[in-house]
Design a protein around this ligand. Sequence first.
Ligand code: ACO
Length: 438
Amino acid sequence: MTSSNTLTVIDNRTATKYDLPIENGTIRAMDLRKIKSGPDDFGLMTYDPAFMNTASCRSSITFIDGERGILRYRGYPIEVLAEHCTFLEVAYLLLFGDLPTPDELKTWVNDITHHTMLHETTKRFMEGFRYDAHPMAMLVSTVAALSTIYPEAKDIHDPANRLLQIKRLIGKMPSISAMSYRHSLGFPYVYPDNDLSYPENFMNMLWKMVEPKYAANPVIARALDILFILHADHEQNCSTSTMRSVGSAHTDPYLTTAAAAAALAGPLHGGANEAVLGMLDEIGSKENVPAYVKKVKEGHGKLMGFGHRVYKNYDPRAKIIKWTAERVFAVTGRNPKLEIALELERIALEDEYFVSRKLYPNVDFYSGIMYQAMGFRPEMFTALFAIPRAAGWLAQWQEMITDPEQKIARPRQVYTGQELRQFIPMDKRARALHAKIA
Ligand code: ACO
């Protein structure tokens, strides 16, 4: 008798019936390989451009229910973590699976704090960038350059060695981001201050001028920490998949993290927060919102900060950001762009085009407005995203490295090119032969 937990497939080419096991709502793509039209057939594959319906791994780190707008790290709702935890506590949770005890947290914070310094050659490396270099390009390149400082990071199979590199990366991400920011302003670099918390130290490295000791505004520091928590992980998004894919080649964690950060830089992913500000600038005022929305609906551009591959309800992170923004604005004053953003959200959420496509504000819609009110320039926004996401990337990388089912990531393709062709000597080639090469 056929088990009820199977999928029965009949190949009409051969009238053969196959029973494929169903596990966790999936069938194994490799089970399709035995479905062949004849002995020389390679076997069936799935075709899934952009991985719309393919699970590439098992993961116990982050759970998302996109239909219901739920996000949990290791089982804890994002709202609870944002209210009660610090970012470093959450980074520990992502990496080790449980919230730290007070002693574990003390050691963890101490370890991260003692890995915030950059080697002086790294500082000199960053000085070589042009004055107007984009902070994300500087971040990607500098994280990759850390591979030259820590060659032992190649030993990815030693758990203690892996943990050391993880601590270094989480410790150094704010230092590199802050240096890239200071570089673009022509200000001298500020070294880390171990007395300060993770977000306060980041603020210190960004904004300390001539005062002997930097005193961070507690509301801004807490808001930054909450933003870090919200951005720490998001299961198999584009940059995390890049982390797993590049890491599957056993590349060291610095080069792998740089690759993930490069994916994050794109405007359809983490770069959207910077693009949102550009869009709000272009709209200019509340009155221009309807005309802008009309333009988008006619196919001219997208509403940046709207839509998500997984969330087809409200992005729960956007809700927390909106709530945190009010506290920040109480200190910094309201960002005038908020009015435009609120109007844009209001109009879009009443519009059939956006409603039918389930397009809601995502995490990037309000984060940029808040970052700008805090004093960041838009070019810096994506680097602010990369700092906490490094913890998620590294947790996912570690899970991938220790998963016995994982191998080097290597998708298949459906070849659509020429069959075997006859070589044409140079003097016989006509221009028309090349016309199709694009
Ligand atoms: N504005 C207008 N229309 C949109 C938008 C948008 N922001 N997003 C999607 N649509 C439309 C598409 O044109 C498509 O319409 P169609 O069915 O008529 O062709 C439909 O909605 C479905 O969109 P897809 O592009 O198929 O959705 P996909 O899951 O591939 O893309 C993505 C998701 C990339 C986030 C997309 O919504 C987008 O480009 N948004 C703007 C950029 C952005 O905010 N990115 C940040 C995402 S969050 C993050 O990465 C941290």
